[in-house]
Design a protein. Structure first.
Length: 271
């Protein structure tokens, strides 16, 4: 049990104010609301408007005051969704109207989260902004599956890879032989839709078909599931639940013994 009134200490914290006419780009972390930072929680109470992604949990949004305006700006692959230009234009418009704007993004804003593009648009419009980092799914999501992305017995390097570009296709400018050789561990974001093509590219570039592949779906939620397979088997996989984070390489083996996330319902509440 937590100590009584422990969270009341946040009321006395010297956090920076979210001022009218400014935008905070905030990472919500993966899954459970407890994985958001204290500064993110502070921003939820300060904002007039929250512009949030599809992967931000309802439980985290519920921590904002009821009167706070919530604007859905979720983008999901293969589904109708707002364009990035529309989202950034809305952030500028809301700030210019004098609102205190919280742009709440799943994971970390700068890890394949388009946060850099939004910050560029705000800077070009002379809108003051702050970036509040979040726990990336490529770190926290895998940790919830008991998979450390680095371990001194297996790897001293990690490569992060996105599964699609702004068109929705596999990025055309990837040097697959270089990627295949770059690191023992490759963490892949948004890769389920094109997993077969990505796997074939890596195999053709010299990556071993016996390399372990772990697929962590709906990480840090009560519906989390983990599939352990190999790169050679990846092109045959279908109907994988999303969102998912994928890790290729020897660290996936740790997930079979370090899978600590057992009481998923309770863990979801506590993050």
């Amino acid at each position: 049990m937590p100590r009584p009134n422990h969270f009341a200490a946040l009321d006395r914290a010297d956090f920076p104010p979210l001022l009218p006419g400014t935008v905070w780009l905030v990472g919500a972390g993966p899954g459970g609301p407890g994985l958001a930072s204290l500064l993110a929680y502070h921003a939820l109470g300060e904002a007039d408007v929250i512009v949030h992604d599809a992967l931000v949990s309802p439980e985290l949004l519920a921590m904002a005051p009821p009167e706070t305006r919530r604007v859905f700006a979720g983008k999901r692959g293969g589904q109708p969704s707002p364009k990035q230009a529309e989202i950034t234009a809305q952030l500028v418009e809301l700030a210019r109207a004098g609102h205190r704007v919280l742009r709440l993004k799943g994971g970390d804003p700068f890890m394949f989260g388009r946060g850099g593009e939004e910050a560029e648009a705000l800077a070009a419009a002379n809108i003051p902004f702050r970036v509040v980092p979040g726990i990336s799914a490529g770190l926290g999501g895998l940790a919830y599956a008991g998979i450390p992305i680095t371990h001194r017995d297996t790897n001293h390097a990690v490569l992060f890879l996105t599964g699609h570009d702004e068109t929705g296709a596999v990025p055309s400018d990837i040097d697959w032989p270089a990627v295949a050789r770059a690191a023992p561990v490759i963490v892949m974001f948004m890769a389920v839709r094109h997993l077969a093509e990505i796997a074939k590219n890596l195999l053709a570039a010299g990556r071993s078909g016996s390399d372990r592949l772990a697929i962590v779906s709906r990480a840090a939620t009560p519906r989390q599931s983990v599939l352990h397979t190999t790169l050679a088997q990846a092109p045959t996989l279908t109907d994988l639940p999303t969102p998912a984070i994928l890790v290729l390489g020897p660290v996936g083996a740790y997930g079979e013994t370090l899978d600590w996330y057992v009481d998923k319902a309770r863990s979801h509440i506590l993050g």
